[in-house]
Design a protein around this ligand. Structure first.
Ligand code: FES
Length: 248
């Protein structure tokens, strides 16, 4: 395949960026999107130019490091991570726009790399859980109702990639924060800090400058792990419950 790539280039957070156009040839449909970018970078390096900076780590869809807006969609046209997107999703001769996540809480570091440490601070604000550790307990020592276990597992799938924020017209992190709150709050092991966890994480989310949720649902559509929109309602319910129990 021969492709035209329009890639966001930006030297650092202080300098303005712009789209740069590159041609790549000999791209196999079996390549991943990141392997296609590797090919571009090899050509840039051979030509003495600076390669395009982009985030990646596992390339297996599990770490949440990869992050690109491709033709206007977070992670591109398939509901998966960018590293699991393959070039068979595109046609020979296509022009592909490649941009970083766009959100004020995710400032651009360089080219396609953004600073997602705001997510780390939200998780950090949730604090530790005080459930005793040690040897593995018997499987049924702490009964968990099946609907609660399923909700916890569903929310625990969040890999923190930030596609939800990038897809949201408000730049809201409600789906991410909801996933992190819910996967602990619905379990008995997360109960001792149930109220402080949701209050502190929502407060940190607001402090980081993420936008509010207006239930457009773009976040859940873009989420490569399928965290559902009702997770946000579950977190709102937790937050309301906590404000009634904890006076600050
Ligand atoms: S590089 Fe790990 S999820 Fe894409």
């Amino acid at each position: 395949m021969k492709l035209t790539l329009r890639v966001w280039r930006q030297q650092n957070a202080e300098t303005p960026g712009a789209m740069a156009t590159y041609e790549v040839d000999g791209i196999s449909q079996d390549m991943s999107f990141l392997e296609m970018l590797d090919t571009l970078n090899e050509e840039l390096i051979l030509a003495g130019d600076e390669p395009v900076a982009f985030d990646h780590d596992c390339r297996e869809g599990i770490c949440g490091a990869c992050s690109l807006v491709i033709n206007g969609d977070a992670h591109g046209p398939e509901r998966t991570t960018t590293c699991q997107l393959h070039m068979r999703s595109f046609e020979d001769g296509d022009t592909i726009d490649i941009e970083p996540w766009r959100a004020s809480a995710f400032p651009v570091v360089k080219d396609l790399v953004v600073d997602r440490s705001s997510f780390d601070r939200i998780i950090q604000s949730g604090g530790y859980i005080s459930a005793p550790t040690g040897t593995a307990p018997d499987a049924h020592a702490t009964p968990v109702p099946k609907p609660d276990a399923e909700l916890a597992f569903e929310n625990a799938e969040c890999i923190g990639c930030g596609a939800c924020v990038a897809a949201c017209p408000n730049g809201s992190a409600m789906l991410f924060t909801a996933a992190k709150v819910n996967h602990l709050n619905v379990l008995p092991q997360g109960a001792p800090e149930r109220e402080t966890r949701v209050l502190d994480m929502v407060a940190q989310m607001d402090e980081e400058g993420f936008g509010g949720c207006t239930l457009t649902g773009e976040c859940a559509t873009a989420c490569p792990k399928g965290i559902p929109l009702p997770s946000i309602a579950a977190m709102n319910k937790e937050w309301l419950r906590a404000t009634r129990k904890v006076r600050r």
